[in-house]
Design a protein around this ligand. Sequence first.
Ligand code: FAD
Length: 481
Amino acid sequence: SLTLVWFRDDLRVEDHEALSAACGDGQVIGLWIRECRGDDGLGPRPLGGAARWWAHESLRVLETELAQLGIPLLFAAGSAADIVPQAAADLKVDAVRWSRRYAPAARRLDAQIKTDLADAGRAVHSHTGALLVEPWTVSPQGGDFYKVFTPFFNAVRDREVGEVLPLPDEQSPLTQADRKHLDNHSWVRDLDDLGLLDGTDTGSGSFASARTPQWWRTTVAGHWNPGCREAARELDCLSDGLDGYADSHDVPADPDSTSGLSPRLRFGELSPRQLLAAALDIPEVRDDDRQAWIRQLYWREFSWHLTYHLPAVESEPMRPEFASFPYEDDLEALDHWCSGTTGIDLVDAGMAQLWQTGWMHNRVRMATASFLTKNLLIHWWHGEQWFWDTLVDADEANNPVSWQWVAGCGADAAPYFRIFNPERQRERFDPDYEYVGRWLGRGPGGLTRAERSQGDREPIVDLKASRQAALAAYDRMKSEA
Ligand code: FAD
């Protein structure tokens, strides 16, 4: 029998349940669609600029990896609700398989497509792949879903997640005639014609227009090698990121302080199960380092748990009282933040790292996000959208949930008055100006003593006064609630 595997955020060939099951049934054809959200709001959030670049590169690798298994990968662009049933009919497939996704608007679309395919008499199977814990399989006693991380983690940490699946066997290749037939359909596009590297259609605010599509291909590309082949090599080096993790994961200057695997997870070049299995299998790593890292993997699970249950997580605060928070959206200050010219070293260095590489260390993400939402009193939407467009790991769950957490309106956020002071953060986590020096272009050894005392840029806000203003705004919100 012939199966269509619809790839989405699972751009890998190993530990891929849908692909393995399809290969077990017979011949396989792969499909990837550059989806647009329809007027009905169904479908995934449109990819930001950095993610589009990553997807394009990663798909090229997937195409090669699948070809080695004898599986062609077809590309299309447009509404998945139209394309998937059309593709299934044109290719005369018996079944369609995919890995499940969990954002509410994408799930509703998948459900609709599933019904259409079933009505046309085709078998449809969805599989796990992106998560260790599917959101509907866990709930607190007497409640609908977990809103606090620790009880969630305690409920799921010891669950069996199954064995990592091996690479499927090679397929008997399609005949020349069948191959030719594949490309004849009106919906089939070349990967290069999907527009993933064009500068338009970011779905983001005015600031993204400052960046040309070439940017991703030149500057950011120098820092990454997208695709499941390189992801597998990085997984083999996981011990570098895990070694000392418990003590040093907050040191942004050290490239091995964390794993750097977030874009691999975002695009499913690696499954969380592969990561978990690899972490459990490194004998030379101390157990507290291992456990601290695994805990972070479950933070990602928790973000998806919340996103599954909260359809508007990218636009509505989890704590409803924050809907009336008196933000002061100063667009000039926002521009300073985006371009890393706030005059606050750690913030500017973080925004420079993001701009240059499409990635930022977690400690600095927290500091930059706190500065935007609390010191500048700018709505978290703006920062979330900028990250969405510039991060190679921009994730429909982790990004908005983390922004809400920092802004104080997230379900499990720290109390609002615990405001990060970016200068104190720099003193604690970058005492020798190594990180700041690297990203602000002050030479390999960080800042010289003279440069440190010089303070060549005036901060755009006074940290103390703006902290007080944030607390006053918070009080105002509470008194009006
Ligand atoms: P490691 O420390 O090696 O951790 C391993 C994996 O665990 C990560 O790849 C990630 O999948 C997960 N993880 C680690 N920390 C967190 C966390 N705090 N919350 C949720 N999952 C975590 N992460 C994204 O993947 N995509 C985003 O769009 C994103 N946006 C963020 C925005 C803000 C404002 C903040 C504060 C954090 C954001 N994060 C996001 C979470 C975190 O910063 C990144 O996951 C982490 O920096 C990735 O680096 P790493 O792979 O080296 O992590």
